[in-house]
Design a protein around this ligand. Structure first.
Ligand code: HEC
Length: 126
């Protein structure tokens, strides 16, 4: 069978599977996997685990910026006062330094849908 027919067969099959709960292999990673891959090296979700390089992010949505007691934020955090909402988190994940100059969080996510998936998921983590 020519390779292109095999390719079409695979596409056809995965399109068919889309109606089942099991995601097709090509589907975007689940939000928790995305969080683990993108943020998990530096952030936990539980205050009990103690901070990694960054503060724990459970309950960060709706929390005051720099709000984790005992976490030593960089100096710029002293000059800002807001609550993390969708807009702030979106700007932060796009480029943290536009939100808090001098922050040491080295991360940027250029894809809006990836940022949105992570933000939506963070809303649920209390
Ligand atoms: C390379 C390590 C690293 C990665 C990866 C990273 N962060 Fe951070 N994050 C930090 C550090 C360090 C801080 C503290 C920044 C400071 O003090 O300047 C921080 C701070 C934050 C804050 C501010 C928290 C508060 O209490 O005000 C948020 C929100 C945040 N990160 C979200 C995320 C999300 C969501 C991801 C993944 C999409 C992520 N970070 C990926 C290291 C990281």
């Amino acid at each position: 069978m020519p390779a292109c027919l095999i390719f079409f067969g695979v596409v056809w099959a995965s399109a068919g599977y889309a109606q089942f709960p099991t995601p097709a292999p090509s589907a975007a990673p689940a939000p928790d996997v995305l969080f683990r891959n993108q943020c998990g090296t530096c952030h936990t979700l539980s205050a009990n685990e103690g901070p990694r390089q960054g503060p724990p992010l459970s309950g960060v949505f709706g929390r005051r910026v720099g709000g984790v007691p005992n976490y030593k934020y960089s100096a710029g955090f002293a000059n800002v006062d807001f609550v993390w909402d969708t807009q702030r988190l979106d700007a932060w994940l796009t480029n943290p330094r536009t939100v808090i100059p001098g922050t040491v969080m080295i991360y940027r996510q250029a894809y809006p849908t990836t940022r949105q998936t992570i933000i939506d998921w963070l809303k649920e983590q209390h």
